[in-house]
Write a protein that binds this ligand. Structure first.
Ligand code: UDP
Length: 239
């Protein structure tokens, strides 16, 4: 990553899966996919599918982990062994530990945790199919699942990846693009205020490119958030 790839990823203005640079893959979203959870959702961006399940707010045990003046959120991101063609060895690794942490940091500012002293909200993100951009897909699913769980929130969190391949900025990297990208940026925002809650960048971009990446990310996050809100309105108002 970082260098221009030997593989040509854009031919006649089209990416390997036929998309234009600014296109996201087809997005599908479903609520209530884990009946035992307080809230759950499944989100797919093309062949990347994340399931998120939320438990809580509930009293945090062991007791010594409780915060007397606020609740906490705990997150676990996991890629299923069958989610990629080359089986992924099960269990936590450095990457999943890092992503669990950044998913927590991306979601934390959106929740009124101070309303739940001594409590935890547990968020599980399981990637059941991985083809690039799994952390942002997981954040979109987790945000829906938090709303469905009734967690009091300041705003939703919506995320997308933007990157650079063949010297061109693109939205929503697939797995091949991720592996061969010159740069890969994961962005999450709270759409009502455009506050950025996640910004991670691999590779190299100029300052102007970073600004364009952020505007692409915001524009697409707003579109994705409309889809999230539409689904929630259907559930809660039947509209
Ligand atoms: N990937 C994989 N095996 C792994 C980890 C990742 O095949 O053990 C692939 C998967 O398609 C993933 C992509 O590499 O979506 C990019 O991973 P990255 O760490 O950049 O995070 P992501 O873009 O998924 O948030």
């Amino acid at each position: 990553m970082g260098k221009k790839s030997d593989v040509q990823l854009i031919v006649d203005g089209k990416r390997t899966d036929g998309r234009a640079p600014e296109d996201v893959r087809p997005i599908s979203m479903r609520l209530d996919v884990v009946s035992r959870a307080n809230g759950s959702a499944e989100v797919s961006f093309g062949k990347t599918t994340a399931v998120a399940a939320v438990y809580g707010p509930r009293t945090l045990f062991p007791r010594f982990m409780q915060e007397s003046d606020t609740g906490i959120i705990r997150t676990r991101y996991n890629m299923a062994p069958f989610s990629v063609v080359d089986r992924k060895s099960p269990g936590p690794d450095r990457r999943s530990t890092e992503i669990s942490k950044v998913v927590r940091l991306a979601l934390e500012p959106s929740i009124f945790l101070e309303d739940f002293p001594k409590a935890t909200i547990d968020v599980y993100v399981e990637i059941i199919q991985a083809d690039g951009s799994t952390r942002v897909t997981g954040i979109n699913a987790a945000s829906l699942a938090l709303v469905a769980a009734g967690a009091p929130m300041k705003d939703m969190v919506t995320a997308v990846s933007v990157g650079k391949i063949d010297d061109t900025l693109i939205v929503d990297l697939n797995g091949t693009e991720d592996q061969n990208s010159q740069s890969d940026v994961a962005v999450a925002i709270m759409p009502r205020t455009d506050r950025i809650t996640l910004l991670q960048m691999d590779g190299v971009l100029t300052k102007d490119e970073v600004m364009t990446v952020l505007s692409f990310a915001k524009e697409n996050c707003h579109k994705i958030n409309e889809q999230q809100k539409k689904l929630l309105l259907e559930k809660y108002t039947g509209e």
